[in-house]
Design a protein around this ligand. Sequence first.
Ligand code: ZN
Length: 546
Amino acid sequence: MSKKRLGEMLVDSNLIDQEQLRQALRIQEKQGGKIGEILVGLNLVDEKTITDLVSQQRDFKRISLDPKKIDRRLLSIVPRDVCRKYRIIPYMVENDMLVLAMDDPLNTFAIETVEFVTNYKVIPGIAEPSKIEEFLAMLFGKPSRKSIHETPDYLPFEASETEIKKLECNDDSVYFDVEKILQTAINDRATDIHIDSAHGESRVRYRINGVLVDRFSIPESKHEKAVFQLKLLANLDTNAEEINQSGAFSSEFQGKDYIFKLNLIGTITGTNITMKVSDETSAWRNLEQLGLTPHELAVVIENIFKPGGLILVCGPGGIGKTTTLYAILRKISSSEKKIIAVERQAEQMLDYISQVKVDFRKGLDYPATLDKVLRMDPDIIMIDELPDAKTAEMAIRAAYMGKTVISTLYTRDSFEGIVRLMDFGIDPFIIADSVNVVLSQRLVRTLCKSCREPSKLHDGRIVHNPKACEKCGWTGYASRTGVFEIVSGNDITRDVLLTTTTVESLATKLRDRGTGTLWQKGVKKVLTGDTSLTEIVRAIPKMPWD
Ligand SMILES: [Zn+2]
């Protein structure tokens, strides 16, 4: 079968003409998107026709999604995050092979992933994109995980009027969504969580800005299950039901550690729980506790102790950049050095460090604040981010002149971070001479070692999948660890930068020189049994150069 492009296939089948194709291509050039979706948007052809045509021409199995035909057992072996991410529906098993409904059956990575996690050979099938969306919503509901950044600020009196949602769990599973209770507390910036037992339904309430707000109800039958899991988390005696107990545990959300201080009180209707939420441990991890392998740690230490230069931590929000930044800062700080931190929110008080606040209202934007700081002649400058070209230019010039500068960039990975510096218009020679190290990271959950299940891949390698046991509170996971992409300054040479035009070309070059990419490092953590494949698929973007 020839690999004709969709547009040409439609023209050949007389469904659109050349001019209409050119029109769609012009739109694609300007706005991006898939050609099929653009043609549908222009009302030139409908989704069903395109799907039928691709299925015929490319020999993909045509799937007319029917809720009655879905083999629901498959939904429990392909994680919903994977289904959502690749817009796929594991549909049925035929001749011991898994039929996968996809809007893009050429997405070999999605196919490999499903084969990897299910151990079935996959038959890629095609269905209309809108049908797939519809089925994803029907099977899994709307995506439930929201990061802090997506969550609006709650006003307590508004929140109390929102619908109180029932927290349910599958009847055939002992897993209870305690994580959801904790996550919601973090998202809503609650200071306390109250879980009060009652006949019928327990209430989960949060104290937000000093006001108690009803958020969830738990069926009576599930209440003690929630209590049990919280006791496990806090290492309390799970048998001593009637005795009042207190304890604490920490849990990581969006790269920050939170402490939950727990009080349990027996009442006539059951156990009442109050939890105090605080993030006092945030940023107090040491460099050795971030999840770096001994080799990675050695590379980082070698580079951060070089006299002068830029140390850059890159990544999107919520991946623990600040924790890493502070861990590095603490490692290199000493009382003999003058250290100044430039921050929008000066939260993390550290010894020996003067903090200067960026204050836009007083006209102190980043460049103005940095200018002030440079005149104070520090040895080490920490800038919480490089938001614009001017700040980046000043920071890197200071590094070039012998200051140690530590900062972050809001990019996908370290390769994009380096290219961003060039896009800011900074001379590649100066970048090559002043960058000590660029790192990027993602946080992945580590498998519970008591219950993880080995599974053999087609090539004989062993990976592990999460299961559930008492030790991990029936979650299958124990804690979190970082996956790191570390570009040593030695590899960022003038030659490399001068021949770099895109992130892809830089990434390919650095990969060939031995830089392990986020994805490769994630796969390593899967093969050592520290985490699962689904977890890295969830947390790490796979790029063309991986
Ligand atoms: Zn376990």
